[in-house]
Ligand binder design. Structure first.
Ligand code: ZN
Length: 290
């Protein structure tokens, strides 16, 4: 099926009422795991890199491996940049062959968010790259999940998406997908989140573009099902995959007689562990067409 645009994947997911999983992946084994599990489940999938994965020349290694995984795949795969703070990083991703970028100006004032997203969207669309933006702000789970408070000096708290600004934001920013803040948070939850499904339904009724949920890791399954039923077309999973990888690797290394052996051997069990996390998400999100 090969590499497809983020927009194409999400428009179809919204129409058919499932959510495409986006997995943050930091190495080729993680990419292979995500794509092979997606193939086994007959599901589209999104591979995402964030700035630390893409420092310097690493963007070329990362994107070559991700694009190879996409071109080999029997299912549609999008390759995207997660949480870019600047147009420059989006440009580097487009140069490296990504099919989507997220420009995250969600902690900026509304007008600045519109302006920055519009700038990125204009340039990316000329290059056939889709753009995800964020309205409202999804904060950090360890700060207290889903506690939506107005941002003061700290940028870690969530601020719910205001449905009254959605139509204007999408029309002016020209984004292809919109990340909303409805009670999830990034990272590991200190307390379980409580999603505002009514708010989501209201936003979905207005939004011309598919909606995205960040902070999917650790969100109770029933709430994710309700979110998908009410318009979420993409769910980002990072922490659960990284936890499974690192915990399994730690166990593996702790029980090794010595540490002078092949990394690829040490990473066999971690890869199996993340495959099972990814498979469970695909089935939960209903993106499997098996
Ligand atoms: Zn995020």
């Amino acid at each position: 099926m090969s590499l497809v645009s983020l927009r194409e994947l999400l428009v179809e997911a919204r129409r058919a009422r499932y959510a495409v999983p986006m997995f943050d992946v930091s190495n080729a084994a993680m990419m292979r795991a995500a794509v092979e599990v997606a193939e086994e489940e007959n599901s589209p999938v999104i591979l995402a890199g964030i700035e630390p994965d893409l420092e310097g020349s690493m963007i070329e290694y990362w994107s070559s491996a991700a694009r190879l995984a996409a071109f080999r795949a029997k299912v549609p795969v999008a390759v995207m940049l997660d949480h870019a703070a600047t147009p420059e990083l989006c440009r580097r991703a487009a140069d490296a062959g990504f099919s989507g970028v997220m420009i995250d100006a969600s902690s900026e004032p509304f007008e600045r968010n519109v302006e920055l997203t519009r700038l990125v969207a204009t340039e990316m669309h000329r290059r056939g790259v889709s753009v995800e933006a964020e309205l409202g702000h999804v904060g950090d789970g360890s700060a207290g999940a889903g506690e939506a408070v107005l941002t003061g000096s700290e940028g870690t708290h969530s601020v719910y998406t205001d449905p009254a600004s959605v139509a204007e934001f999408v029309a002016r920013s020209q984004c292809d997908a919109l990340a909303v803040s409805i009670g999830t948070a990034h990272g590991v939850y200190a307390t379980a989140p409580q999603l505002k499904i009514d708010l989501l339904a209201e936003i979905n009724a207005i939004s011309p573009v598919p909606l995205v949920l960040h902070g999917g890791s650790g969100t109770p399954e029933e709430q994710l099902r309700a979110a998908i039923a009410n318009g979420i077309a993409k769910i980002n999973i990072c922490s659960e995959v990284m936890y499974a990888w690192h915990k399994t690797l730690l166990d593996e290394l702790s029980s090794a007689p010595n540490l002078s052996y092949w990394d690829v051997t040490a990473c066999m069990k971690p890869e199996r562990a993340i495959r099972e996390v990814m498979r469970a998400k695909i089935r939960l999100f209903g993106s499997n067409r098996a």
